[in-house]
Design a protein around this ligand. Structure first.
Ligand code: GDP
Ligand code: CO
Length: 400
């Protein structure tokens, strides 16, 4: 892959946020033969072998809820072979057992591809038990099982990626129409880890475009409304501390992201649409050097956020636009309710919100649920009991 070396970098304490990097060649060749592996000042050429080496230690978590099988299959087709796939499904088990059908389809797919796929249901009793014993019951509902929601599925996927001893974890939604786009994201995750080879690297993808039908022709929109809001507000937060206006953040709610498992197990996950934005906020809270150091947070020399602009258009299943306001609210909520947020920015967020929602007067943004830092989960206990779950729950959980 030929990829631009980032030009800008904003620092806050140990957190380094690099500017958006463009991809110039999806495949720039391998190690062998007369290939251009030169590194000049603006472009880095990463041989495909190096990407595959990273992917050998990478789990890709695919959250699923009631997606069409053809879509899920397309997503699996796009994930490079060396990756460990972890499908976390929250599809209903009755009256029609959708999960069973998904598992069957994936098993069949694996026969053809010989891929490593772990399929697990979000309501798996064995895993819920392991989470409870590990002292992280806040993830569980009244029925003792993992709560509904994509973020909750992501936490489960993170724990399973650790259980399978992966170094990196990436996420791709299961409702993506283009296998080629999925393939590109995972290549870019690997490229990010190759360029920033640290224990605390976070790679986030910004789509180049999102096709929409407008007046009978295709229009390739660049920014969704929700990302405009979260990027702008995160940038205002950074500007407040640095004293310089910045536009560095372009991936405030990047659903497509990857990070080292080590980092993933030491940050907080917010529920619902806030999860991605909260990762930014939480990393700045912990390692940005503004808030007093907390005893429960281990210090880190460097936390690197790398942002890559993908080339494929992003097209996912259309589920209506009605939740855009909720998405904006959720991501602004985590910024607003962070102890980092200065009064001035709080006022700006609530005034902007009052206009958006046509409220009579500005009011605070209600907080969203944020799960405790995953470091509070007793990992050894979880891993031990996960083994037990895998032994006894073969019906619900299968290593296909
Ligand atoms: P959007 O793309 O942000 O509009 O949200 P989607 O509804 O497309 O959800 C994103 C991804 O998460 C899709 O792959 C869904 O199938 C999946 N998903 C949604 N809700 C859940 C859930 O409760 N659990 C799991 N495991 N996945 C979910
Ligand atoms: Co979607």
């Amino acid at each position: 892959m030929k990829i631009e070396i980032p030009r800008d970098c904003e620092r806050m304490g140990a957190v380094q946020i690099y500017g958006l990097q463009k991809v110039y060649e999806l495949d720039s060749g391998g190690n062998s033969g007369k290939l251009d592996t030169s590194h000049n000042d603006v472009i880095r050429s990463i041989p495909s072998e190096a990407l595959y080496e990273r992917q050998k230690n990478m789990a890709i978590v695919v959250p699923v809820k009631n997606e069409r099988l053809k879509l899920i299959e397309g997503v699996l087709v796009g994930i490079p072979h060396p990756c460990q796939i972890i499908v976390v499904s929250n599809s209903p088990r009755g009256p029609v057992d959708r999960f069973h059908i998904e598992k069957e389809a994936i098993t069949n797919f694996c026969k053809f591809t010989n891929k490593k796929v772990l399929v697990v249901h979000q309501k798996d009793a064995g895993i819920a038990k392991a989470i409870e014993l590990a002292g992280y019951s806040e993830l569980l509902g009244d029925d003792g099982l993992v709560r509904n929601g994509k973020a909750e599925g992501m936490i489960m996927g993170t724990l399973l990626a650790r259980w399978l001893n992966n170094k990196y974890i990436g996420f791709v939604d299961s409702d993506n129409y283009f296998p080629g786009a999925v393939h590109e994201y995972v290549q870019e995750y690997a490229a990010g880890f190759e360029m920033f080879d640290t224990d605390s690297t976070f790679v986030r993808i910004s789509w180049n475009s999102k096709p929409k039908v407008m007046e009978n022709s295709l229009f390739f929109a660049k920014w969704g409304r929700s990302s405009v809001h979260s990027n702008k507000t995160l940038n205002l937060l950074l500007s407040h501390f640095s004293g310089y206006e910045t536009e560095i953040v372009k991936t405030g709610n990047a659903g497509e992201h990857a990070l080292t498992v080590d980092l993933a197990l030491n940050i907080e996950y917010a529920a619902g649409y806030a999860v991605e934005t909260h990762h930014y906020v939480n990393m700045i809270e912990m390692w940005g050097g503004v808030l007093p150091p907390s005893e429960s947070v281990a210090s880190r020399d460097k936390v690197t956020i790398c942002q890559i602009e993908s080339r494929n258009p992003h097209l996912h299943e259309s589920k209506g636009e009605e939740h855009v306001e909720d998405m904006i609210d959720a991501s602004l909520s985590v910024i607003y309710n962070s102890p980092l947020c200065p009064e001035l920015l709080k006022r700006e967020i609530s005034e902007d919100r009052a206009m958006r929602l046509k409220l009579d007067q500005p009011e605070g943004v209600p907080p969203v649920k944020v799960y405790s830092n995953l470091s509070t989960l007793k990992l050894d206990t979880f891993l031990e009991h996960c083994e037990v779950a895998f032994g006894s729950e073969t019906e619900a959980l299968s290593l296909v």
